[in-house]
Design a binder for this molecule. Sequence first.
Ligand code: FAD
Ligand code: MLT
Ligand code: ZN
Length: 470
Amino acid sequence: MNPRTLTEPREPATDARLLDALAEIVGQAHVLTDPELIEGYTRDWTGRWIGDAIAVIRPGNTSEVSAVLRACFDAGVPVTPQGGNTGLVGGGIASAGSVVLSTRRLETIESVDPIGRTIAAGAGVTVARADLAASAHGLRFGIDLASKESATLGGIVATNAGGTRMVRYGNTRAQILGIEAVLADGSVLSRWTPLVKDNVGYDIPGLLAGSEGTLAVITKVLMKLVTPATDTQVVLAGVRDVDQALHLCNRVRQSGLTVEAAEIMTDDGISLVCAHTDARRPFGAPSPMYTLIEVSSPRETEESLLEVLSDSADLIEDATVEPGPARKLWTLRESHTESISASSTTPVVKLDISVPLSVMGMFIESLRETLADRFPLVRPILFGHFADGNIHVNLLDAEPRVAHELTDTVFRLVAAHHGSISAEHGIGRAKSPWISLGRTEADIAAMQLIKSSWDPRGILNPGILLPEKV
Ligand code: FAD
Ligand code: MLT
Ligand code: ZN
């Protein structure tokens, strides 16, 4: 069947038959059709994407996921896989006539191997639970993000999430060893080996990382764990601009300290956080920007850090240092997303970009100038994991009618600076019209070939990531 036929109207009897079949598979209690119950699955976290679905299906194990997909495949009904629904690009939001396949009941932690340093767990396990399970063995989960209480392992793999520890341990793709996933026709694919060296053929777990629910439903993952850093120290320093923050980060590294996290914030962002939470401004006098850097070293971290800071008066306007975990300092950073959402009069246009470090300062300057010139009513708040090139561009008070033009303006500026239109949140619905700014025609054609061979009827997340073929 051509994917386009998915959007053609179906007989209501087809949907009714499908729902009966799905109830047989997962049990009536796990087929949600009541609009009030499904609302939490069809609206995204930002409020920007409001979808619809004929039902939310909550399978409890891999065989149920397989049977659900087989039934939807046979009926030609689109399926939107969904984990914690914390995604920020609308990738988990279904369109009318689709089924949402929620993985939240796949919540078994099968094992933590403290010697092999791995965790095997269901796709619906949250990042916070995986981290807690690892901590019980003196280890940590390598991905950390402010949405960890709800974001699931399947979701972070499907989006290839980055987060605040990316600069230290790499992104989610770098943490996966094995994966179990169900293809569109219901067949189960398992690449499950704890080996870190295993070069037999294509990297299937790597391919599913960042596939955003378009190739398969991830049901189980085998992921690396990391040794927690000891004796960490956190510095929050006021700086004039991002180039000074980059220089400071570089000096910290050259001193032999290990950078565990490196974040940038603006004074406007700090003001929003202080207005929306009980956080207090870090210094008496404001700085244009603030960098938060967490460091570790085998010994004398504090002394080494203080030495770097005292040699960096040329870069720093003011600074405060606290031993890790330094929750108060981290709260100033981690409360950005919620504070920004709460203070915009319209759904925030959230763009998540990266640029080469060498042009980051120039990019930010020209972004600010362009926005002030062309969209004077829009309030930009920038923050992000700057040491890996990632800046989160949040555009507040943007009228929905200008959202497309605004996004286009920012993305063209990103492309002109040789950056990426998606550093960590994925493409989803929000960015698929701009995918050609990040990939060549041949590259997009190769991805489309992979999509059509894995999902020949185009039932998995149509319209997400890759633009639909007409
Ligand atoms: P969902 O939102 O449910 O789904 C996201 C995408 O993955 C969709 O395309 C969906 O179809 C697909 N998907 C989900 N589960 C599966 C599965 N089992 N199989 C196949 N496809 C699946 N992201 C970052 O990268 N870094 C951050 O620092 C970060 N911080 C955040 C902070 C806040 C406060 C919030 C709200 C979000 C943040 N995010 C961040 C975004 C979000 O948390 C991540 O994208 C996360 O990976 C989504 O996980 P989820 O389980 O909620 O997935
Ligand atoms: C973050 O780094 O906090 C996230 O990616 C969320 C966001 O961009 O708002
Ligand atoms: Zn982020």
